[in-house]
Design a protein around this ligand. Structure first.
Ligand SMILES: NC(=O)c1ccc[n+]([C@@H]2O[C@H](COP(=O)([O-])OP(=O)(O)OC[C@H]3O[C@@H](n4cnc5c(N)ncnc54)[C@H](OP(=O)(O)O)[C@@H]3O)[C@@H](O)[C@H]2O)c1
Length: 168
């Protein structure tokens, strides 16, 4: 599995969940080399920096960084990409039939609204490894609520590794 934005608040959890789900190879893709140690420390078996993608090709790509075409390049023929980033642009559509690729979108909010019972089941499953300590949300930094703008600046500047927490 290849995960883009792998050091991010969501990405570093996906790296851990991919390992827990049994993926023996989990490649964390990040925007700068200073994040590679972090993604390895949470379980990635290797790390790459954009836009370079592993040439061997992943079965599944989770694209949370909005790389789209570059992320698609990381898939093996017949592979599958799940796109969940808020930003993004366009896909090289002909790659889909030419390489037999599948792309799907996912939104947790939409999933919760449209399939509340499946959402509750999946959430309960996620809490189990969190309770046991197998899944750990790493805290990058904490800010008092009054300094929310500083917290946002850290995120905007792509400096966080893990979660940025606002304290009430
Ligand atoms: N669909 C859903 O249900 C769902 C749920 C939660 C979050 N999301 C989305 O998933 C994405 C990741 O969320 P998150 O909480 O993990 O975010 P985050 O902690 O703020 O990290 C986002 C990361 O995206 C990368 N990035 C790539 N291009 C960027 C750009 N132009 N500007 C800023 N960052 C850029 C950066 O990592 P690098 O420097 O390593 O590239 C950045 O650290 C966001 O787009 C978020 O809106 C979707």
């Amino acid at each position: 599995m290849l995960i883009t934005g792998a050091a991010s608040g969501v990405g570093h959890l996906l790296v851990q969940l991919a390992r827990l789900a049994g993926f023996s190879t989990v490649i964390g893709a990040v925007g700068s080399a200073d994040k590679t140690d972090f993604v390895r420390s949470v379980g990635a078996t290797s790390a790459v920096t954009y836009p370079a993608m592993p040439s061997s090709g992943a079965d599944v790509v989770l694209d949370g960084a909005g790389l789209l075409g570059d992320a698609l390049a990381g898939l093996r023929p017949g592979g599958r990409m799940v796109f969940f980033a808020s930003g993004g642009g366009t896909l090289p559509a002909y790659d889909l039939p030419a390489r037999g690729l599948t792309v799907t979108g996912f939104s947790m909010g939409r999933f919760a609204r449209t399939s509340p019972s499946a959402y509750a089941d999946q959430s309960a499953r996620l809490w189990e490894p969190a309770r046991s300590g197998e899944l750990r949300a790493m805290v990058d930094s904490t800010y008092p609520l009054a300094s929310a703008a500083d917290a946002h600046r850290r995120i905007e500047n792509r400096l966080n590794r893990g979660k940025v927490v606002l304290l009430p």
